[in-house]
Design a protein around this ligand. Sequence first.
Ligand SMILES: CC(C)(COP(=O)(O)OP(=O)(O)OC[C@H]1O[C@@H](n2cnc3c(N)ncnc32)[C@H](O)[C@@H]1OP(=O)(O)O)[C@@H](O)C(=O)NCCC(=O)NCCS
Length: 134
Amino acid sequence: MENLENNDKPKVTLDFVELWGPRPTSIFNVIIDKERIGQCQVRHTPGKSERMPEGFENHIYIEIDPEFRNQGFATQTLGLALEEAKKIGLREVIVTVDLSNKASIKIIERNNGILLEEKPDKQGNLVRKYKIAL
Ligand SMILES: CC(C)(COP(=O)(O)OP(=O)(O)OC[C@H]1O[C@@H](n2cnc3c(N)ncnc32)[C@H](O)[C@@H]1OP(=O)(O)O)[C@@H](O)C(=O)NCCC(=O)NCCS
């Protein structure tokens, strides 16, 4: 009998779009069966949005289109983004997340994220900082 294990799970690939911005960021489309289902950014040096507390500069951002969520695609995407981070010479990445973003916390912890810190952002909402060794 042929082994059909995992054959029913679509595989995510990352399609490089461009190297963007003064702080170099690799931008990728997230692809399933030739269809774009989201985007992924890997910063070569960490950066942060205004609202994030000091020390919460991070490397990776992932967004999956709403109709494709909760099928494991972001979990796969983060794994691939970590490989890309390794290719650009990083030894570890920092990922930050709102405590309320349970889906994102799940994908980070499934990809071996180690919780370093939890702090309020500038609006008083708790945010978490994780490290992932590469
Ligand atoms: C966060 C995001 C990337 C996750 O994408 P995704 O493809 O749905 O993620 P996955 O399917 O790989 O994993 C999500 C997991 O969280 C779970 N989940 C989703 N919503 C949840 C909730 N409110 N509470 C608890 N768990 C939740 C899902 O059930 C799934 O777990 P399971 O596989 O055990 O069922 C997506 O929601 C998104 O694009 N959000 C907007 C942008 C964003 O917040 N990006 C992250 C910035 S740090």
